[in-house]
Design a binder for this molecule. Structure first.
Ligand code: ADP
Ligand code: MG
Length: 223
């Protein structure tokens, strides 16, 4: 089946871009297509002006395109520290691994406390922090996050989103976030897209999207 059609999105250097839309809209497929775990049959994907459409997924990772997949997918039987170290597998990230480890543990101190505990023993929120931190260990140029709020309480979601924003502001990478939680995701972004049934139905800056009456009705609880 065709999951996406005529999807055109752009993420500028250092930008925070959110894609929001209902379940089944194709949000995860967008990220998988960019990271190369799903092949696109037509169209092109450019990264820093380079056509990456035909590159295998691991080559895209080497370029710093880092995908934190839906449902966290940490390694449950490895320790927190081992999970993080795997993130630094990318050649460019390896020399700085211990420094980056220190940095991510500053942002998420709970991971330092739990460093020798198995990943699978962490709570949902902590596993999400671990999944994001594993992504950070790769020193991403583009960090793609697939529904980091999934299964988390609104309060924990807020904590995670604030952390992502602070990290982006301080560590100088671009963020592409896909979310069903539209309000939180749009509040954070510089610009955003609405994805419905595999198509982009609206795009704009944060204020423009949040001020749009039909976006408000459909996604923001009629603010
Ligand atoms: N591996 C697959 N095979 C067939 N259909 C799929 C596959 N993955 C996703 N789909 C379908 O593609 C559409 C988009 O899915 P997805 O990208 O997961 O949406 P979202 O992340 O927005 O919930 C859905 O209709 C889904 O059922
Ligand atoms: Mg999804």
């Amino acid at each position: 089946m065709t999951a996406l059609e005529n999807v055109s999105i752009a993420v500028g250097k250092g930008d925070f871009v959110s894609i929001v839309g209902p379940n089944g809209a194709g949000k995860s497929t967008v990220l998988k297509t960019i990271s190369g775990t799903v092949k696109c049959r037509s169209g092109k994907i450019y990264f820093n002006d380079m056509d990456i459409s035909q590159l295998p997924a691991h080559r895209r990772t080497e370029l710093g395109i880092i995908h934190v997949p839906e449902g966290r997918r940490i390694f449950p039987s490895l320790t927190v520290k081992e999970n993080l170290e795997i993130g630094a597998y990318r050649a460019q990230a390896r020399p700085a691994a211990s420094e980056t480890l220190h940095t991510v543990m500053e942002y998420f101190p709970i991971l330092r406390e739990r460093a020798d505990q198995r990943g699978g023993s962490l709570s949902g929120g902590e596993q999400q922090m671990l999944a994001i931190s594993r992504g950070l260990m790769s020193m991403p140029n583009l960090l793609m996050l697939d529904e980091p709020s999934l299964g988390l309480s609104p309060r924990l979601t807020e904590v995670i989103f604030e952390a992502i924003k602070t990290l982006r502001d301080n560590l100088n990478f671009s963020v592409l976030l896909v979310e069903q939680r539209a309000l939180e995701a749009l509040e954070l972004c510089d610009s955003g897209y609405i994805l419905e049934c595999g198509r982009i139905t609206m795009r704009g800056g944060r204020e423009e999207l949040m001020g749009n009456v039909s976006v408000q009705k459909a996604y923001l609880g009629g603010l």
